[in-house]
Design a protein around this ligand. Sequence first.
Ligand SMILES: Nc1ncnc2c1ncn2[C@@H]1O[C@H](COP(=O)(O)OP(=O)(O)O)[C@@H](O)[C@H]1O
Ligand SMILES: [Mg+2]
Length: 309
Amino acid sequence: MTAAIHLDGIRKRLGAREVLKGVTFDVETGDIFGYLGPNGAGKTTTIRILLGLLRADSGKLDVLGSDIALAGTRMKIGFVLDPDGLYDSMTGMENLRYYADIYGVPGAGAGIDRVLGLVGLADRAGDRVGTYSKGMRQRLSLARAMVHNPEVLILDEPTAGVDPTGQIEIRRILLDIAHAEKKTVLLSSHNLDEVQRICNRVAIIDRGQIRLYGELEELRQTMGRSSIVIETGAAAADSVLEDLRRQPGLGFREARGTSLLFEGGEGAAEVSDIIAFLTGRGVKIEGAGRREASLEELYSSILQEAEGP
Ligand SMILES: Nc1ncnc2c1ncn2[C@@H]1O[C@H](COP(=O)(O)OP(=O)(O)O)[C@@H](O)[C@H]1O
Ligand SMILES: [Mg+2]
């Protein structure tokens, strides 16, 4: 099956900086996909490339198996960007009619009423958008993204700047739309909590590189595993790794650079036994410790690094 959105090795330089350093991920049909990362990570740049507003320096991408440059493909995509492009002096209804015209949606009236209902704005559709709260604007943007009944929604931080109650409302609407309307959704966010609440799959981007990607539940489980980490100064020899694998009681998991990772949860081996085994094979030990690597910890370490100098 073709992915709804396919990105492969996307690179982009803006000014002197390489903002995207080979971004690769797939959004599958039916996903509510969270594109998570701190401010400046490269989310908006990726989305602008996906929408054909910006050209990648290299790499491949397609949406629904087709080139996004094709008008037919664009008709199957709805998007929300910042700035929202709504006209303050026009009513909610007039804004939607305007965009329905641009998309050339035939007999748009019923469709507009339907999307207004979906985002809970039917009773405010006659009011000028200038009088709307940020949350209402975002909901109207979402309605606009849906006027041409696209298959895929691409939403850049749809809850940013919205008050907490408004955010809950938008998340509920997104879940409704994805499930009842069978849309594939890619949304970017800097908020792990938000992504954990509504997304089934996720890619975490940090300074232009994907740090983690996959099924959210699976990532939570594997990340949630605690580990015993032994630092060996130099990478362990293959023969040592083979010996470790022949000792299931030690719970050896993998070698990562100069670290050896062992199961650290309940029933795990004693750190002293692991060290004794390794020193017996001539491995020099430089340190040992335990690590609880939850998704929260990974993301907060990314946030701290991103905020640093
Ligand atoms: N037009 C531009 N020229 C130079 N640098 C840019 C431009 N637009 C964005 N950037 C830089 O690219 C990086 C990624 O930006 P962006 O994609 O907006 O990140 P995000 O949406 O994740 O916050 C940031 O460091 C930003 O400063
Ligand atoms: Mg952004």
